[in-house]
Design a protein around this ligand. Structure first.
Ligand SMILES: Cc1cc2nc3c(=O)[nH]c(=O)nc-3n(C[C@H](O)[C@H](O)[C@H](O)COP(=O)(O)OP(=O)(O)OC[C@H]3O[C@@H](n4cnc5c(N)ncnc54)[C@H](O)[C@@H]3O)c2cc1C
Ligand code: SF4
Length: 512
């Protein structure tokens, strides 16, 4: 093989032609280096959809680079089991003078590359990930001296800094946040007929990947029959256009609503494309703002959508890098239960969980409220160790990359960080699910009951959670309303709830 002066490392979630690592690519002397390794799919037991998403997007990106006449050293699945082995072998053979990369999306991956470079004595240059609108240094400055890092203040700073939805230094519409307009459910009639989201049928490359994943990872959860994600930058742009035209206007009001067998509703399906860097968040923000300025979508919907990307997405990345590596170890509520097995099969008698879990395993997708207030809520109330919950979320979603998944799971959903991300635990009884969905209709449980044969497990575990953590929760002003209702329970009722919760834990721990 001809000599190479630099390896430009491109990881599976760095498929960005505008990446800082590619900006001074020297086609004569440099080579882009990419590897598919089984380790990435087994360190958490990844679902087939997630594996296929990453690999087909990587292979499509490789083709685009090669069409430019750029040299790409690319290891397909099965050649090297681990990233480290693949890199070490090529460093030994080709002896580049330098490794160049954009900062990885996972703390441990970044450290490992640094370790290998040091061990093989090759220079490593790590460049800023320009995909994001807030750098790590800017976030650290924002966090400096703050006891609490609430998203809302960060978001306002980001609006001011970027000028998104701003006019003469003020938020358009006179307020920063239209969240109070955004909490509707569908009512009895349901979501009605809507244009389904644009699908991207597997091309030859994706078909090859599907075959490979079904062979190599046959025992992993999930199925690939319905795989239709955008896997190139071009497709991601079409998906964005489809969302802006057909779903953005309703995004806000139905953001928190759920409905049986309706996975997409008014959501954008853009997270995987953005996280793999096929789609620039600036383009997404601009398209949404433009839709409002053109009168195609109301401000409440557009602001709600923009807040997710300019606010939450940038904020969770900031939190991740600010608090890693210790963050993943946190377990503020001392939760130690195992994750019930039905998370990997969807086989449960709870209708809400069955819908969210089977959909997750089928499509590699669940929308935010399904993740937070169904699968996440149950794990929280059940008392599952947040690390186990984190491993599940990292494994099953097509958009799962640690910088975004971990703070959302451990922090927002499980309150494992004791209040860094969320001002209080997101706990609710089955009545919340009843209000926001049609799941409870036809479920064998009743969300209004906390004890007895028809008691909804969410409701039983909700009261049990409050009882169990009462002393700690009392210190949190924002929990006072929820705790006030506890006072109404007499000793007998408390004991009955605690007994039923114990039995539930035993039953669901055994259930397959
Ligand atoms: C327990 C849990 C785990 C999660 N794991 C992930 C994950 O691994 N990867 C991931 O991208 N998102 C994750 N989220 C956030 C959110 O659920 C997904 O981004 C969203 O459901 C993706 O679907 P969508 O593209 O249709 O989003 P939409 O509802 O259309 O929202 C638009 C975009 O906003 C961004 N966004 C929305 N909410 C968040 C958030 N809380 N944090 C960061 N970005 C957000 C996403 O980029 C998303 O594409 C998680 C949330 C929870 C509660
Ligand atoms: S009754 Fe309880 S378990 Fe059944 S769908 Fe409603 S919330 Fe879920």
């Amino acid at each position: 093989m001809p000599r190479v002066s630099r390896f430009i490392l491109v990881l599976g979630d760095q498929l960005d032609l505008k990446s800082a690592a590619l900006e001074d690519f020297d086609a004569e002397h440099d080579a882009i280096w990419m590897a598919e390794v089984a380790e990435e799919s087994t360190k958490v037991w990844s679902a087939k959809t997630r594996i296929a998403m990453f690999i087909t997007a990587m292979r499509h990106f490789r083709e685009i680079l090669r069409e430019r006449g750029w040299r790409v050293i690319y290891h397909e699945m099965g050649i090297h089991p681990t990233f480290t082995e693949a890199l070490q072998a090529d460093l030994d053979e080709l002896k580049p003078q330098k490794l160049l990369m954009v900062q990885a999306g996972e703390w441990a991956v970044q450290r490992e590359i640094e370790r290998v470079a040091e061990e093989r004595q090759v220079a490593l240059e790590v460049r800023e990930d320009r995909h994001f609108l807030c750098t790590r240094a800017e976030f650290a400055k924002h966090a400096e001296g703050r006891k609490q890092m609430r998203m809302e203040f960060f978001y306002r700073e980001m609006r001011q800094r970027t000028g998104v939805l701003m006019e003469q230094g003020k938020p358009v519409g006179g307020q920063w946040n239209f969240d109070h307009d955004n909490r509707e459910s569908f009512g009895k009639q349901g979501p009605g007929l809507r244009m389904p989201p644009r699908q991207f049928k597997p091309d030859v490359i994706t078909q090859g990947v599907i075959e490979m994943v079904n062979g190599h990872f046959a025992k992993h959860p999930g199925v690939l029959e319905e795989f239709d994600w955008p896997v190139t930058a071009e497709e991601a742009r079409l998906a964005l256009r489809d969302f802006i035209e057909h779903r953005l206007a309703e995004f806000g009001c139905y953001q928190d609503a759920m409905w049986t067998n309706e996975p997409w509703l008014y959501h954008s399906r853009l997270s995987a494309a953005m996280n793999l860097k096929l789609l620039d968040p600036r383009e997404v923000l601009a398209a949404a703002e433009e839709a409002w300025r053109a009168g195609k979508a109301p401000l409440a919907a557009v602001e709600g959508f923009i807040r997710q990307i300019l606010g939450w997405r940038e904020y969770v990345r900031g939190i991740y890098w600010h608090l890693m590596p210790g963050y993943v170890e946190r377990n503020a509520m001392q939760a130690h239960e195992a994750l019930p097995d039905f998370y990997w099969t969807g086989e449960t008698d709870m209708r809400c969980l069955r819908d969210a879990l089977t959909q997750t395993l089928r499509l590699g997708y669940a929308h935010h409220i399904q993740r937070l207030m169904v699968t996440g809520l149950f794990a929280l109330l059940f008392g599952v160790d947040p690390r186990r919950v984190h491993e599940w979320y990292l494994a099953v979603y097509v958009d799962a990359v640690e910088w975004v998944e971990l703070p959302n799971t451990l922090g927002m959903s499980q309150y494992g960080d004791g209040g860094v991300m969320a001002s209080k635990p997101y706990v609710a009884s089955g009545k919340y699910i009843q209000r926001m969905s049609n799941y409870c209709t036809g479920c064998r449980f009743d969300p209004a009951q906390s004890t007895g044969p028809k008691a909804c497990p969410f409701t039983t575990l909700y009261w049990d959670y409050l009882l169990q953590h009462e002393p700690k929760l009392r210190q949190n002003q924002r929990m006072s309303m929820q705790l006030r209702n506890l006072v109404r329970l007499d000793e007998k009722q408390r004991a009955a709830i605690q007994m039923q919760a114990k039995q539930l834990r035993e039953a669901y721990s055994k259930a397959v």
